[in-house]
Design a protein around this ligand. Structure first.
Ligand code: ADP
Ligand code: F6P
Length: 334
């Protein structure tokens, strides 16, 4: 069970809290939005929703929210506030305009549900204006420094593993080598965890360099032990540029392969129980922190503890892949 920090209740000026989702959508973002809105209202403040992330903020898509605006969404994937990527917010002039719109709506503090890029924008907005801004980590990639977990990661793993199970039926019936490409951008977190959970024969991640010959040698080792099929989980950001170019190289060496690119299937769908609980907790703690006078930072998870980590320590740093898990994966695949 997660341990939640206790904040001292302090008098402060915050009367209205806005929430937005930004970057790639992730299952559980709705549960986080619901938690922010309902906790804000339960604590006697007003809640405001901003549609389409920073882009919607710049288009003034800012609306009041009530407890019933977030009814019946905890089980839904995606984000009811919708999301976007917004180049204009990268500019100081864009963030100045955003601040003016927030001021016009009487917003005293902002909660951003998103990934590392969204937090870079949130941090700059805070530094340039003094507006209190909290981040809630929502991305399937689980690549955020300062948090062991992110909203959507667990659901993406469950989806990936379910799909690998299905692919394995065909792989073993037809004696085939399947390359299964998973998302994760520059991170191998999704690949490593779905690979272990799906019992992959090999896992190719961006953080560990390998060679096509080494991958083929591991297929051969399996064949010598009587394996007639193989699942190779490939992170989209790996050195080969994904499953398709890697499959071409493997085929050049005389093997026949099939490719399955899981793509956005991992981003959609109902959030798992784990992600609903995580999102509900982190969303609520973001509001508690703001009302206790915390000015900026991400509400992350370290071990079993929920912690507020300053954006300074979050942005621009990469979460590291647990190398001990990689070693475990290697032994399990022999
Ligand atoms: P994620 O939040 O999932 O990592 P992105 O990296 O696409 O997704 O970032 C989402 C949005 O955050 C961007 O479209 C942009 O509006 C904002 N953002 C990203 N990086 C910066 C930055 N360095 N400065 C200001 N805003 C940024
Ligand atoms: O950050 C989440 C993520 O799904 C990455 O895993 C992936 O590389 C990227 O977003 C895909 O972005 P888009 O939906 O814009 O294609």
């Amino acid at each position: 069970m997660l341990q939640v920090p206790k904040f001292k209740v302090k008098a402060n000026h915050i009367k209205k809290i806005a929430v937005l989702s930004s970057g790639g959508d992730a299952p559980g973002m709705n549960a986080a939005i619901r938690a922010v809105v309902r906790t804000t209202i339960a604590r006697g403040c007003e809640a405001t929703g901003i549609e389409r992330g920073y882009a919607g903020l710049l288009e003034d898509l800012v609306h009041p929210m009530t407890p019933s605006s977030v009814a019946n969404i905890i089980q839904r994937g995606g984000t009811i506030l919708r999301t976007s990527r917004c180049p204009e917010f990268m500019l100081k002039s864009g963030r100045k305009k955003a601040l003016e719109i927030l001021k016009k709506h009487g917003v005293d503090a902002l909660v951003v549900v998103g990934g590392d890029g969204s937090f870079r924008g949130a941090h700059l907005l805070h530094k340039e204006s003094g507006l209190p801004v909290m981040g809630v980590p929502g991305t399937i990639d689980n690549d955020i420094h300062g948090s062991d977990d992110t909203i959507g990661f667990d659901t993406a793993l469950n989806t990936g593993i379910e799909l690998i199970d299905k692919i394995r039926d065909t792989a073993s019936s037809h004696d085939r080598i399947f390359l299964v490409e998973v998302m994760g951008r520059h991170s191998g977190m999704i690949a490593l965890h779905t690979g272990i959970g799906g019992g992959a024969e090999s896992i190719i991640v961006p953080e560990v360099k390998t060679s096509v010959d080494a991958i083929c040698a591991s297929i051969d080792r399996g064949v010598r032990r009587g394996k007639t099929s193989s699942i190779i989980v490939v992170a989209e950001g790996c050195q080969f540029g994904g499953a398709t170019p890697l499959a071409k190289e493997i085929e050049k060496r005389g093997y026949s392969t099939k490719i399955a690119i899981l793509g956005h299937t991992q981003r959609g769908g109902a959030p798992s129980a784990h992600d609903r609980l995580l999102a509900s907790t982190l969303g609520a703690v973001a509001v508690h922190a703001l009302l206790a006078g915390v000015k900026e930072g991400m509400v992350g998870v370290q071990g079993q503890e929920v912690k507020v980590v300053s954006f300074n320590r979050v942005t621009g740093k990469k979460a590291t892949l647990p190398k001990d898990l990689l070693a475990i994966a290697k032994n399990l695949a022999v």
